[in-house]
Design a protein around this ligand. Structure first.
Ligand code: AMP
Length: 399
């Protein structure tokens, strides 16, 4: 019976889960917040028990992971009697560039390759690498696997990933579409095939990962044809605080008008734009829907613009795939946003997409939301990136 620890390290936070792999069951999950800051805290939930909260100074990721490992063997809240029960660690890593198209066992070469990708993901890869280094120090001998957000999208062909800028920027600097949320898109597309009663190789699906960050992917027979996030996660759909697609000329124009640097405008496009920027209310759709129902016109406008952009991409991907078997909704808004799903699907009937208003009244469970007649099925599928990471890890370690 193998237990796998899944680690997802951010700059000042860390999420983890332990899964038992024979039955693929979750044993515990937790979160460490404020790493390297005042007031570090670990919140741990063993399945079926109350939450355990532990406050202690944690100056870096290594100290945070040391506390996680202690908690995993805690006599009441633990899920293992000793560290030797944790057979492997799966690490979520954001960017693997063009180097890896699937998950791999972590070696020195892999670490070097991920280091080489730091300039492509300067905010994400460094904490991911810190997490790997900390685990290697604290759990010497335990095999580790890297699971990459970009990997699933590596099946894209150049006619979809090359930008129309001088080709040398691709060959010299790796400027191209990479795509993100790959683990989520892969998980829900595989579940979609199961729900459709077909093999992945036989289905065409459009997966909409609508969370704080949002991306949409066209998948044919398990291979990504196209995806909306690009060189960075800024491109594509309108998001909570990111602008998605805009005319690149806007950047210089705003720099001039506001006397800002490119870096400052870039920051605004990442953190102060999206539905937050349009509405001025919030980046959270619950707040925006609330404001819209109370007559806030900009909140209503933000919802309409958001829905239109998702619809725009669904149309584009229906064309690129020459029709689809299913559209999948996942992540925070995709799984819970009853109103948003309705706004997105409204007016797609002539493309064969017909949402059943009654079935759409659902949250957080696998469910077919389309009418019996709808040629394209509309599927609600809660994502589970951690399970995917654990499964990859288990498979690579046991084979
Ligand atoms: P995620 O990044 O997947 O955790 O998604 C977070 C986003 O999901 C939040 O910003 C919310 O806007 C959205 N969300 C979560 N629950 C709901 C809900 N009940 N209704 C509408 N949106 C929701």
């Amino acid at each position: 019976m193998m237990k796998v620890l899944v680690i997802n390290c951010g700059s000042s936070s860390l999420k983890y889960q332990v899964l038992e792999m024979e039955a693929e069951t979750l044993l515990c999950k937790g979160l460490v917040e404020r790493i390297g800051l005042e007031g570090s805290v670990l919140k741990h939930e063993k399945v079926g028990m109350d939450r355990y909260t532990m406050k202690a100074p944690m100056k870096d990721h290594k100290e945070a992971i040391a506390h996680v490992l202690e908690t995993l063997v805690h006599e009441t809240y633990g899920v293992a009697t000793g560290m030797d029960e944790i057979g492997a660690v799966g690490h979520r890593v954001v960017h693997a560039g063009e180097k890896y198209a699937s998950s791999v066992r972590i070696t020195d070469d892999v670490i070097q390759a991920l280091q080489d990708c730091v300039s492509l993901a300067p905010l994400h890869n460094p904490p991911n690498l810190l997490g790997i280094a900390a685990c290697q120090e604290l759990m010497p001998g335990t095999p580790m696997v890297g699971v990459f957000d970009t990997a699933f999208h590596q099946t894209m062909l150049p006619e979809y990933y090359i930008y129309a800028i001088p080709y040398e920027y691709y060959t010299q600097y790796g400027v191209r579409r990479y795509g993100f949320h790959g683990t989520s898109h892969r998980y829900v597309s595989e579940r979609a095939a199961v729900m459709l009663g077909k093999d992945v190789s036989e289905v065409k699906v459009i997966t909409c990962h609508l969370g704080n960050g949002a991306s949409i992917t066209a998948i044919d027979g398990g291979r990504v044809i196209d995806t909306s996030m690009g060189f960075t996660p800024l491109e594509g759909l309108v998001m909570g605080t990111r602008c998605g697609d805009i005319d690149p000329a806007i950047i210089d124009f705003i720099c001039q008008k506001e006397g800002l640097t490119i870096a400052e405008v870039n920051n605004i496009l990442n953190k102060k734009s999206g539905v937050l920027g349009i509405s001025g209310v919030s980046s959270d759709f619950r707040d925006i829907e609330e404001a819209a129902t109370h007559g806030n016109e900009r909140a209503e406008l933000a919802l309409k613009i958001y829905a239109n952009k998702v619809k725009f991409y669904i149309g584009a991907y229906m064309a690129e795939l020459n029709g689809a078997d299913a559209i999948v909704f996942t992540a925070g808004l995709g799984e819970n946003g009853i109103l948003m799903r309705k706004m997105i699907c409204n007016g797609l009937e002539n493309l064969g997409v017909s949402l059943c208003p009654k079935r759409n009244e659902a949250r957080g469970q696998e469910k077919d939301l389309s009418t019996d007649e709808s040629p394209v099925r509309i599927l609600l599928i809660p994502t589970n990136e951690e399970l995917m990471i654990a499964k990859d890890t288990y498979e690579i370690i046991t084979n």
